[in-house]
Design a protein. Sequence first.
Length: 278
Amino acid sequence: MRIWMGKRKKGGKGNKYLTVGLFMTGLAVFLGILGLFWTPYSTTAMSAAEKFAAPSLAHWFGTDNFGRDIFSRVMQGCSTTLAISLLVVLFSASVGILLGAVTGYFGGILDEVVMRVTDAVNGFPSILLTLVIISLLGTGKQNVIIALGIVFIPSYVRIVRGEFIRLRDADYIRRARLMGVSRMRILFVHILPNIFSVFWVSVIIGLNNAILAESGMSYLGIGVKPPDASLGKMLSDAQGYLQNAPWYAIAPGLMIVWIVLGFSLLGEGIRIAMGKEG
């Protein structure tokens, strides 16, 4: 897969989307991973004497209404948001691949049932359906992952199913059947690797949507709970202090924009690179 940022096509320019996307997402992931093991200050320690301290060399992003270092909490918030989003995509994509592969290749009554269920799920606004599921399961990280994962499954089912329908009667698949290759091997060895060029872009888009959805859930107070830091929850807490301490909202808000924009550029870069390969 020749999608490296340093390579250039003959007479053309390098893949700038991929280069910038890798830099932006790489920085966010680095901060998130670092935040799991180390932060400049404790993310829970409070200091009344340092409430609403403006950005400085001591506190790069300032402090919040409890005197906590905002940069440290942004680091931990990146960890939380990225981890939840990754688990959501892993769950929904895994189920989507399984259902899409089986329904797309075999068809029949199972295909009809699965597609009608996905149509029903898609018939509800995603945010409303997520709220309904969370109201049944309760709040918290695990339930947010389950709720968002369920909501995201139909999009992956449709993508995988469409690709399997396109490839199931390809010449090389017919030859494999004539040679007596098992159905499971045809599904997951012969067809599945050939849909990744389309699927990877969908995964990046799914990460973007999951990041925004998790931030939205936490903003509404039904996602990550204190004392754990979350970018959405930090943004919610900061909205009452926009005039007195604008840096409180700017830091988590810009980080959300940075991550989402980075993944958007990365997805576009991968799409362009794979299009050139094809």
